[in-house]
Design a binder for this molecule. Structure first.
Ligand code: GDP
Length: 179
């Protein structure tokens, strides 16, 4: 028997610099990646997707929000205030995106001070081993400092992407159950 988590969907927000793989994540989430012609994915132009996923035998509805780094601070802050949980992406091939993730984490902390907001730091593009600029250890250490979980993924290989979504649902449930 599958029970449902909540009446209202969880709002999960994708944050990160441009080019780190947010759209690719959204495509995989929406199922469009399977039929995707690499970058040409119409579905992915939408900023909001809702889907029921099953995690540990329990259904959870997620509304996924994709943000654009160049939308300006205002739009990003709006997402930060309205989201229930965050996937904070950087590319392991791009150190500046790693620094950007730190900035976004600090902004999140400022905007959501009191709560235990579920956040996972996601090092994407781990398939590009030869172009790596950020080591796994650095990512893990950064996540520990930021008090959040850490995972390395490859949207291109569809590696660990669902694990990231499942991880965020587990964190949301932990928070729900501790209330
Ligand atoms: P966004 O700006 O954060 O939405 O980034 P996109 O999802 O548009 O990705 C930017 C580019 O990186 C695109 O060409 C993607 O195909 C590519 N990309 C995204 N994720 C991966 C990955 O895990 N591995 C590799 N090799 N390329 C990726």
């Amino acid at each position: 028997v599958i029970s449902t988590d909540s009446v209202n969907p969880y709002r999960v927000v994708l944050l990160g610099a441009g080019g780190v793989g947010k759209t690719a994540f959204a495509c995989i989430f929406s199922g469009a990646a399977d039929s995707m012609d690499s970058d040409d994915c119409e579905l992915c132009g939408e900023e909001l997707r809702e889907k029921e996923i099953h995690v540990d035998g329990e259904a959870a509805t997620i509304t996924l929000l994709d943000t654009w780094d160049n939308d300006g601070e205002c739009a990003q802050e709006c997402y930060m205030q309205s989201g229930d949980a965050f996937l904070l992406l950087y590319s392991i091939t791009d150190r500046s995106s790693f620094l950007r993730a730190s900035e976004l984490r600090i902004t999140l902390r400022r905007l959501r001070p009191a709560q235990h907001t579920p956040i996972i730091l996601v090092g994407n593009k781990c398939d590009l081993v030869r172009r790596r600029q950020v080591s796994t250890n650095e990512g893990r250490t950064c996540a520990a400092i930021f008090d959040c979980k850490f995972i390395e993924t490859s949207a291109a290989m569809q590696h660990n992407v669902w694990e990231a979504f499942h991880g965020i649902v587990r964190q949301l449930r932990l928070r729900r159950d501790s209330k």
